[in-house]
Design a protein around this ligand. Sequence first.
Ligand code: FES
Length: 89
Amino acid sequence: MIICHCQRISDRDINAAIDWMRASDPSTIITPGKIYRALGKRADCGGCMPLFLSTMKANTNLKVPAELTGLRTTAQMEGQADEGRRKGN
Ligand code: FES
């Protein structure tokens, strides 16, 4: 099924790209941008993103690697008021 009509990307293309990225680097974080790059394409209108993301989420190889989950616990985050960004311009 065609997921991205602008770039003619199918669900099979997305799943193949995810499987290839996971096989080549088990600790990588897979994003839609990386999938577009792996396929040699760029997003155009972005209208496909909801369907693109749901197709990605359906792939079992998409999950975040175990060593990268839970890096910051909620106890560590409670002491931080913000991310250190300035309030205004
Ligand atoms: S439909 Fe995917 S970028 Fe337009």
